[in-house]
Write a protein that binds this ligand. Sequence first.
Ligand SMILES: *Cc1c(COP(=O)(O)O)cnc(C)c1O
Length: 444
Amino acid sequence: MRESVTVSTDPSSTPSTVPSAVPSTVAPPFPDDLLARAVVDLSAVRDNVRALAGHAPGAAVMAVVKADGYGHGMLPVARAALAGGATWLGTAVPAEALALRAGGVTPGDARVLTWLAAPGAPFGRLVAAGVDVGVAAPWALAEVAAGARAAGETARVHLKVDTGLGRNGIMPADLPDVVRRAAALEAEGVLRVVGVMSHLACADEPGHPSVALQAEAFDDAVRTVERAGASLEVRHLANSAAVLTAPRLHYDLVRPGIAVYGHSPVPQLGAPGDYGLRGAMTLQARLATVKDVPAGHGVSYGHHYTTPRDTRLGVVPLGYADGIQRHASGGSLGVGGPVGTGAGGTARVLRVAGRVCMDQFVLDLGPGAAERAGDVVTLFGASDGVDRGAVVPNAEDWARAAGTISYEIVTGIGARAPRVYAGLDAGLYTGMDESSEDRKEVQR
Ligand SMILES: *Cc1c(COP(=O)(O)O)cnc(C)c1O
């Protein structure tokens, strides 16, 4: 009865290939002893990947699941992405790629690529586990070769070129030498260059001159590698923004991350729904306290909000230690992060009153508000945003309130809000009783 948020999925779209597919239409019950949770709708992840594949019909899809699946839980998200048609999984660091393999994602299920390593990285274990490795600096080639020799297998290498991002990647000037050394190792059977990749600096600003320049530099790099005799399986450059806005950059493989989780990589151009996406994570909390205070009462540290009238306050037990950005404080400090509360006729969006603290923040519910302690409020969920009239905010709304991006919002949600899985094959992650046909959950 206190539950007001629905995680909706389309049961008819559940593919037959998904084991124990569950036509989940509602979030699992919110246990009384839980203060907060992040419901992750795996059907949304699957559907988002399908939508992205539709945006890039000529390319294969690598779902990027780094940073614990952008905070959603890497393994469940990886499975859901594969159910949606992804054939590759992308991770940043080696430990993530190894965790996918250890978690049961076999080379037959998906190719896995890792692209961020430092000298000393476990290249031997990666090669033995059937993980493709990105070589993003000249030093890495010798280490990958040593790892492959130790593993007794041929390493699959993607040369990561800095075409202008100015971050990790082989500088074009260094590429000919790297390619020469790679060709020698390839002749030896130690490794095979299967991919050339790069990453865009300004894909979220379509039309930025750097995008076209990077594409040119990428084409040059591909030519350099191919002239040395490599037979490339995949050339890949596109992140989420490029998948949605730059078809010319799709090449053989696209690497969407944030869009897999249902957030717009170009919020200034379109909301998730405009691209056929919906947010996978719904962050909820129970009001810890609801109480009446008189007009003129200071609220939270520093008294940056003062009640304008006799009113009723609600305390939300999530704070910056849980990833609720302190920059999303309200009152005199800013617009304040938005929270959906109430149900039916009382449903409305309120803004953080005063400071976000480590563990909690406050809402001014208004005089005589119907909320009671224990009621569930929703910080963000599947929605196109409050400026589109939604009564459930989305992660982008919080990003805007905090002066950041939706990526930082979803990756920052801490462990005190356990991930609870809904939809699709959520039952796979429970190991618990699966007697309920339409409600399955797990807490990590
Ligand atoms: C994180 C990352 C991506 C995904 O970027 P999004 O903007 O989340 O789509 C793709 N490629 C590389 C190399 C990355 O580091």
